[in-house]
Design a protein. Structure first.
Length: 212
């Protein structure tokens, strides 16, 4: 990704986040931090535009994860960690909770996360490495990317389907991959009708105008 585009993305994210903070009378962002590449990228972007002291990276230690598992023993450790971070972020004073998930993960990962702010929600997973680091997504999304021939191939089809509004784009995938994508889209469709705050970078933005 070119430096001017990277700078422009950071500016867009910063402008939207600053407005979200102002609208809520808050001064800080409570960023859920799973130590993944998206969390690192979001923290760096937000730190650049807000100042590092206004970005709180909310992690969860082993004891906090264990506390969640005690309350909800049916969860696995990954989900318990996510819920522990979520609870801490939501209860942080003077802060807006933010989830750093990328657009591919949000589109195919089922229910949207409840955090009101999704700073990377209009960045495809394949764009995240272009801004530094790798990419991550729930296991099912990673599996679908494998079926599609890689994250670049999957995102190219999803981009054509959403931004190009090409209803036949999914048919470029193998039948197995196309069916997996359609099932994933169906599972999360209802939650995508409920808006989250997503900086608009592409032509169609998840939760803002993507009501397929």
């Amino acid at each position: 990704m070119s430096e001017p585009r990277a700078r422009r993305i950071t500016e867009i994210v910063g402008a939207v986040v600053r407005q979200a903070l102002a609208d809520r009378g808050a001064t800080r962002v409570a960023l859920l931090d799973d130590a993944g590449p998206e969390a690192d990228l979001a923290a760096r972007m937000l730190g650049d535009v807000l100042g590092a002291d206004r970005v709180v990276r909310v992690a969860a230690d082993a004891s906090e994860v264990e506390s969640v598992l005690h309350l909800a023993p049916w969860l696995d450790a990954v989900r318990a960690g996510e819920e522990a971070r979520r609870l801490k972020a939501r209860t942080l004073v003077d802060a807006v909770a933010a989830n750093p998930a990328n657009k591919t993960a949000l589109l195919l990962g089922g229910e949207l996360p409840p955090e009101p702010l999704l700073p990377l929600g209009d960045l495809w997973a394949s764009e995240v490495p272009q801004l530094g680091g790798g990419w991550s997504a729930p296991d099912e999304v990673t599996r679908i990317a494998g079926l599609a021939g890689g994250i670049d191939a999957l995102d190219a089809v999803l981009r054509a389907w959403t931004e190009g509004r090409d209803p036949g784009a999914l048919d470029r995938l193998s039948p197995e991959a196309a069916e997996a994508v359609r099932r994933a889209l169906d599972v999360g469709r209802a939650s995508r009708m409920n808006h989250r705050i997503v900086p608009k970078i592409g032509t169609r933005t998840l939760g803002a105008d993507l009501f397929e």
